[in-house]
Design a protein around this ligand. Structure first.
Ligand SMILES: Nc1ncnc2c1ncn2[C@@H]1O[C@H](COP(=O)(O)OP(=O)(O)OP(=O)(O)O)[C@@H](O)[C@H]1O
Length: 509
């Protein structure tokens, strides 16, 4: 900086700039949009105001206009030599800072998307990122400190990953899918990203997540979206991120391992710990990095002794490999899922309350496909189009129409999709191959839930049948007349009568 420039700069610093009322109003809107959940209606409202366009404007066009309008306002500050945070105070500084973040983030978002795809393809992208240096220079040039610039750059990548994996992984326009996307975003960034950015960005390991929902609804996909969207620091020396999101999310399906092997898979074992332990083995807790996450799928299936050990990891953050007294530390985050009714398992003493309370800081219920279709029948079109795009690599309207017609003709409008999205994927494949899919008749025909739902949809149930079917469904799920009575507000004898009557009707069929 020349001495003249330094004089002007110091003068401005002392005086400070004030935004005009119009600029303050605009940057205030941008500031709110910067921290808003991108899947929320609130964010849409803010975008419409920033873009100054009608709700009918297509999404892509609206976003392009938002980005262009913000960039133009920042350029105006630049032209007036006012594009530096250090010139502002108080609320002005706050809104200008957030507008700068919004602007710089959108300038690099395409390159961050390319990086995500490269990492997915290669497993780990350790090459220096040429655009990182420019981005950091822009941030420091705008008045951010060097550590702030590094942190915000790492957050840009984190935000981009979260958006990518939630948006691409979990498709659907029904209200419960929108709710799920909102919820997943909050699980990663908390319900107010300002607090996350200020206090929690490097302290999320103590926030566990429990995903509940039927098989095939997308719990694994939701877990991957959370796990791949953790904060990963930027390594200035190497010019790249310290680790890859493809390697710091580790998942294990706990129902796949026999009891004897499960502890070893989780915690590792020492050579000679048991017959067959011919080498040291590192378990997944030891392999998970400090910024990583572990996904414990089917946690409802593990035995009580393993639950006790998992509790210890969550509580003390320590564990010992089988055959060793060594205490190792685990610093990652835990995400767990089950399609079992955990309440029931807890009541029957099969799932420990203490482990449940350690996991339940955020419980996310992933909705079954039939609920989504009940809320919005067009959801099936959206999902079929998505599955076809995944299978053939591009959108195809003619294939989508053919598959939709086959589903309608073979399964009718009220099929319950007991295997959820996983079943739908196979249905689409089956129809592409053979033009037919007749559904999971074994489950669907006997599932009381499916029958009850289609009876309600078709309006063919009497009040008596409705109550009897509902009691039978709850009895199947919870196993005792007492529990069904508690849930329905009926007395035990009435419940028993309904269940037995319903069973009799089923046998007669
Ligand atoms: N909303 C969705 N949009 C797009 N694909 C989805 C959606 N939900 C699920 N899928 C796809 O459905 C399949 C099954 O999903 P996933 O394995 O995540 O289900 P799950 O609930 O974990 O099942 P399980 O309980 O049997 O482990 C995957 O191929 C996944 O990508």
């Amino acid at each position: 900086m020349t001495s003249n420039a330094r004089l002007i700069y110091t003068g401005c610093m002392n005086r400070g700039h004030k935004l005009s009322a119009r600029d303050r109003r605009f940057f205030e809107l941008v500031s709110r949009a910067t921290f808003c959940n991108p899947f929320s209606d609130r964010r849409t409202e803010l975008d419409l105001r920033i873009a100054d366009c009608s709700p009918a404007t297509p999404y892509e066009e609206r976003i392009d206009r938002v980005i262009a309008n913000v960039a133009e306002e920042v350029r105006k500050l630049e032209r007036a030599d006012r594009a530096d945070l250090r010139f502002y105070r108080g609320e002005d500084r706050y809104v200008v800072q957030n507008a700068f973040l919004f602007d710089v983030y959108h300038r690099v978002s395409d390159r961050l998307d390319e990086l995500i795809l490269r990492e997915i393809a290669s497993g780990h992208e350790r090459r220096p990122l040429p655009f990182a240096r420019d981005t950091l220079a822009t941030l420091t040039g705008r008045g951010f400190s060097v550590p702030e610039a590094h942190r915000f750059f790492a957050m840009f990548y984190q935000v981009r990953r979260a958006f990518y994996f939630i948006n691409h992984g979990l498709v659907g326009a029904s209200p419960s899918m929108k709710q799920l996307r909102l919820h997943l975003w909050d699980d990663i960034f908390t319900h107010d990203i300002r607090w996350y950015e200020k206090y929690l960005w490097n302290r999320m390991e103590d926030f566990s997540t429990l995903l509940l929902g039927e098989t095939g609804t997308g719990k694994g996909t939701a877990a991957a979206a959370i796990g791949r969207s953790g904060f990963i620091p930027y390594d200035v020396g190497k010019g790249c991120f310290t680790e890859s999101f493809t390697q710091n999310f580790i998942s294990i399906n706990l129902s796949q391992y026999p009891e004897a092997l499960i502890e070893s898979e989780l915690f590792g074992h020492r050579k000679g710990a048991f017959t067959g332990a011919i080498e040291h083995h590192q378990g997944i807790f030891a392999r998970c990095s400090a910024h990583g996450s572990i996904f414990l799928d089917e946690i409802g299936d593990v035995s009580i002794p393993v639950q006790v050990k998992l509790l210890q990891v969550l509580q003390d953050r320590t564990f010992s490999p089988v055959g060793s007294h060594e205490k190792l530390r685990f610093n990652g985050r835990v995400i767990a899922a089950t399609n079992k009714p955990l309440d029931d398992l807890r009541r029957r003493g099969l799932f420990r309350d203490d482990l449940f309370y350690r996991l339940c800081s955020d419980m996310i219920v992933v909705p079954p496909l039939r609920q989504r279709l009940g809320e919005d029948p067009a959801e099936l079109d959206v999902m079929v189009a998505h599955v076809i795009r995944r299978i053939v690599g591009e959108a195809s309207r003619e294939l989508a129409v053919m598959v939709r017609e086959a589903i309608g003709a073979n399964l009718g409008a009220h099929y319950a999709w007991p295997g959820n999205v996983r079943e739908l994927e196979q249905a689409v494949r089956g129809i592409l191959l053979t033009s037919r899919y007749h559904g999971d008749r074994g489950v669907a025909a006997t599932a009381p839930e499916a029958e009850l739902i289609s009876g309600i949809r078709d309006g063919v149930l009497t009040a008596h049948e409705l109550v009897a079917s509902y009691c039978a469904l709850l009895y199947d799920r919870f196993g005792t007349y007492e529990e069904v009575a508690r849930r329905t507000g009926l007395d035990r004898r009435t419940v028993k009568k309904h269940v037995q009557e319903r069973r009799g009707a089923e046998r007669a069929c």
